[in-house]
Design a protein around this ligand. Sequence first.
Ligand code: SD4
Length: 307
Amino acid sequence: GGNRPVVVSTWNFGEAANAAAWEILAGDGGALDAVEAGARVPEADPGNHSVGLGGYPDRDGHVTLDACIMDHAGNLGAVACLEDVVHAVSVARRVMEKTPHVLLVGDGARRFAASEGFPRQNLLTPEAKRAWQEWLATAEYRTRPNSEQDPRYTLPDALPGGERNHDTIGILALDRAGRLAGACTTSGMAFKMRGRVGDSPISGAGLFVDGEVGAASATGVGEECLRICGSHTVVELMRQGRSPERACREAVERIARRYRTPREDLQMAFVALRGDGRVGACALQPGFSYALRTTAGTRVVEAPSLL
Ligand code: SD4
């Protein structure tokens, strides 16, 4: 295993997550523990408005979290629309390890977390609350349709100050023993409809791991990823021999193809880690980067884009 261990995370803030994961990987720890430790870093950071504490709320002011964790053997746990618990990824792991199920949602997920001893915490920070109130003041609920065919379904408008709410973390690791694992955690799209669940907690969409092939994770507008089972698509393409970057590009192309005119308002990006330690990524729009930690050191890499 000359290429091991490896950890890769979406976005440049993933460097801090990778550092936490690396402590485990460098100490001969497992990939599963590493991705959980990594994902917990942005979850606890109130400055990240798309994950955990400080995440932007839904339209009604509730911060709701989606998270998923998966390993090389197909062990899987997830939570969706979880409230009042900061470390959604750890609740997801508990779902994996302590229940016969793979996905708990809403109040059931919250009750399960409480029964497992997770502290109850208000996730809406004063800063996120202000941003929400500012958004409410100017929001037009007549928003852009997410389907050219069906205008009933709408995505939230742009955020205050033109900010894009794209800081979900997907983290993939390969440990010294050659085991893969991944985690994905988010507060979802800012000012989403209450009850909205994105791609991040859904196996095959926001995250997928196959111990014989590799792992992939997604960030961007979850609705688009869900439509094509994005991360599963990436892993299957790698299984068929595509490089990680090529596999990510073809998944992005599949999303882009649905639109007659290029969607410059839509970001969707994938990152992939193959079982041999090779990493690749591709995004629809420029501006997506990922953080990579290997035995050679730490780097932030600008991903190629379609547009
Ligand atoms: C979602 N994919 O809930 C997430 C959002 C995201 O960076 O990736 N933000 O749709």
